[in-house]
Every structure is written in structure tokens, then in C-alpha cells.
Design a binder for this molecule. Structure first.
Ligand code: BGC
Length: 390
């Protein structure tokens, strides 16, 4: 199975999940809070703050063409209005390091974590949070913009709002629908201002939002509820992407909805380490939907599977790629696929238990060991396709 020339093949990470010692972020505080829902703190993570050259080497040597990573706002602006040149230089070296290895740097400006000073002022509920975020984007773009290949404003704002303000599983750990709605508005505004800030240059990287999407499947009688859930969680954001250069789709599973609510996994369908169904076809469904609703070119900026069985990962990506190929055959503009994740890393509330990595990381020595899936997917990337499993 072949993919077009120019199709992007990449792997993704996020600062807090791999860097280690990210102590000025709201997540660090959340992990150490009495009664935290987190199974364990992030600690040293994968020590990528120091070992990033090894990560880039792996990504390039395996055969990928792009590396998606996030820059940590709380390191760059550790106190309000106080900017760390050293942190910006650090991320500039990573962008440079990508370019030197032939990797296109795809930079995310907010991946779940915010600085503690902002959290103390109300986080995304602080009236000026969107402006503060845009100011950070502008500073970061001034330092890195000429090297950035793709710019992602906010990673999964819908997850930030849902997990943080309804399910209480992300900071600030709140359960309140009304507050979630206000935070949705703030995140939409933050995205729009960030697009403007990032476009102020230097550089001319395409700018977009990366959204968590699921294939909502209504069972008889569940149609209205499925529509409502989908609208609340996805359309509110898709409708805010007008004028962007692309939309990033990040999909991990389907969600079945009956008349009384969301249903758990269907008997007989395998379940991942995350507790949801292994359902790779959800990527095809959401790519089609994101393209139709936004009218923008789509990139799959994340998909992957938390599993201890690496063979399942190969089967998962094979089915995902078959779905992406069907989209291309139907003329859907999907420009690439970025696998979550390069490394086994800190999976938020679930700590280091779920393993999404193409590469295993020894928790004591930080040694990286590529799994068979890393070589398999890297070969597909190198050749723009090949034999898919199954
Ligand atoms: C997030 C990642 C996370 C992954 C797997 C995505 O929602 O962007 O940070 O690790 O899913 O759960």
C-alpha cells in the first residue's frame, strides 16, 4: 500500500510526558497534591530534557520525517512576565537538531500543562488567560519561528476542559459543567489569538489546532445524545478553526452512545490498557468528519495504542493506515500521520502504566529500546508505504 509523496510520517511526544523535573507547571503541583488522582508523579519522566538528541536520532534513524514535540510554557515563562532565554535556547537547539537530522519540527505550544503562576490566578478561567497564552506564543515564535515546520496551538483543548473541569482528572480537578463551558470559550479565544501571534513570524509554518476526536456511534435511540456529545466536545472547536491552515485529528477509539448515555466496551472487542476499545477505524471516521466540518486539510497529529503487546500496535497502525488510504482514495485531504508516541512516557493520571511507545524506556537507566513496531512503522515511513499487517 503506498502513500503520496510528501505524506508526512512522524512520531509525537509532549514536554511534560518526557522531559522530567517540570516543577513550575500546574501538573507537577496536581501530581503532588494530597488526594491527587494521579497514580504516581512524573518525576524524571524519560529525562528528555537532557536526552533529546537521542530521541531525535531515534526518530530520524528509524525512518520518520517529522518529530512533533511541545515546548513548555512554564519553563519559558516560569514567573509571570519573566522569560527564560535558556529555555528558549534549549528548544531552539531541538528545532535545529531536527533540521540537522532531516526531521521537520512540528511544535505544539500548549500540551496540557500551564505555568503555576497562571493556575494560581485561575488557569484558563483567569480573564486574561487567552492573552497571556498569546503573548507566550509570540515570544516563543520570535525565538523559534524561522525553524518551525508546523505549529500546533493548543493540544486537545476539549480534553483540557473535560478532564479538568468535569471529570476532575486533570488540573484544576473540578466537576462543574458551567465552568467547563466558560473554559471552552477561553480555549477557543486562546487558539484564535495564538494563530495570530504565531503568524506574526518570523517563519511561515502552517498553524492549526489539534483536537481529540472519537467516532461517536449511536445505537438506536441514542442519536440525539450522540449528536449533543459530539457537538459539545468537538464541533465547538472545529467551528473555531476558520482561517487556519490545517486541523490536527487525534483519535484513539470509538464511543458508543445509547439512549441513556455512553456505553462501555462491546463484548468481544479488545480493550486497550486505557480501558477503552481498540478500534483503529475510528481514525478514518474522524478524519472524514474533521475535513467535512472544518473544510481544512487534515493531519493525523496523534493516534496510537496503549498495549504491552507490540504486535497489537503493528496491527493497530495497519488498520489505521488502511483507513487513511481509503480517505485519500475518496479525495479527502489528509497530509500525514504522526504516531503517538515515540517513547513510553508519563500517561498523565495513569502514570507510567500504559505503554504507547514505539520505543521502550527503562525506568531506571532511561535506556531507549525500539520495539519491533518502531522498525516496522519507520520502514513504511522511509518508503512511503509497504506491506501492512493483517
Ligand atoms: C494526548 C497525549 C496522551 C495520549 C494517550 C492524547 O489525548 O494528547 O498526551 O498521552 O492521548 O492517552
Amino acid at each position: 500500500m503506498s502513500f503520496p509523496d510528501g505524506f508526512l510520517w512522524g512520531t509525537a511526544t509532549a514536554a511534560h510526558q518526557i522531559e522530567g523535573g517540570n516543577a513550575t507547571s500546574d501538573w507537577w503541583e496536581f501530581e503532588h497534591r494530597p488526594g491527587t488522582p494521579c497514580l504516581e508523579p512524573s518525576g524524571d519522566a524519560c529525562d528528555s530534557w537532557h536526552r533529546w538528541p537521542e530521541d531525535l536520532d531515534l526518530c530520524a534513524v528509524l525512518g520518520f520525517g517529522t518529530y512533533r514535540f511541545s515546548i513548555e510554557w512554564s519553563r519559558i515563562e516560569p514567573a509571570e512576565g519573566e522569560w527564560s532565554r535558556a529555555a528558549l535556547d534549549h528548544y531552539r537547539r531541538i528545532c535545529d537538531g531536527c533540521r540537522e537530522r532531516g526531521l521537520v519540527p512540528m511544535v505544539t505550544f500548549h500540551h496540557f500543562t500551564s505555568p503555576r503562576w497562571l493556575a494560581e490566578r485561575g488557569g484558563w478561567e483567569a480573564p486574561d488567560a487567552p492573552e497571556r497564552f498569546a503573548r507566550f506564543c509570540q515570544r516563543a515564535a520570535a525565538a523559534l519561528g524561522d525553524l518551525v515546520g508546523w505549529a500546533c496551538t493548543i493540544n486537545e483543548p476539549n480534553v483540557v476542559a473535560l478532564m479538568g473541569y468535569v471529570l476532575g482528572a486533570f488540573p484544576p480537578g473540578v466537576h462543574d459543567q458551567d465552568r467547563r463551558r466558560r473554559v471552552d470559550d477561553a480555549l477557543v479565544r486562546g487558539h484564535r489569538l495564538a494563530v495570530e501571534a504565531l503568524r506574526s513570524g518570523p517563519g511561515s509554518a502552517p498553524v492549526g489546532l489539534t483536537l481529540s476526536m472519537s467516532d461517536y456511534q449511536a445505537l438506536p435511540g441514542g442519536e440525539a445524545l450522540a449528536d449533543r456529545l459530539r457537538h459539545q466536545s468537538e464541533d465547538v472547536y472545529l467551528q473555531a478553526t476558520g482561517g487556519d491552515d490545517f486541523v490536527g485529528v487525534q483519535t484513539y477509539t470509538r464511543i458508543r452512545v445509547g439512549p441513556d448515555g455512553m456505553l462501555g466496551p462491546e463484548p468481544g472487542v479488545p480493550v486497550t490498557q486505557m480501558g477503552y476499545e481498540l478500534w483503529p477505524e475510528a481514525v478514518e471516521a474522524t478524519v472524514r468528519r474533521a475535513a467535512a466540518v472544518s473544510g481544512l486539510p487534515v493531519l493525523v497529529t496523534e493516534t496510537g495504542v496503549g498495549t504491552a503487546e507490540d504486535g497489537d500496535r503493528i496491527a493497530y497502525f495497519s488498520r489505521v493506515l488502511q483507513g487513511v488510504r481509503r480517505c485519500l482514495d475518496d479525495g479527502v485531504d489528509v497530509g500525514g500521520l504522526v504516531a503517538w508516541s515515540l517513547l513510553d512516557n508519563f500517561e498523565w493520571t495513569l502514570g507510567y502504566q500504559p505503554t504507547f511507545g514505539l520505543v521502550a524506556v527503562d525506568r531506571r537507566t532511561f535506556e531507549r529500546r525500539p520495539k519491533p513496531s518502531a522498525h516496522w512503522l519507520g520502514e513504511l515511513a522511509r518508503h512511503g508505504g509497504g506491506d501492512l499487517a493483517g
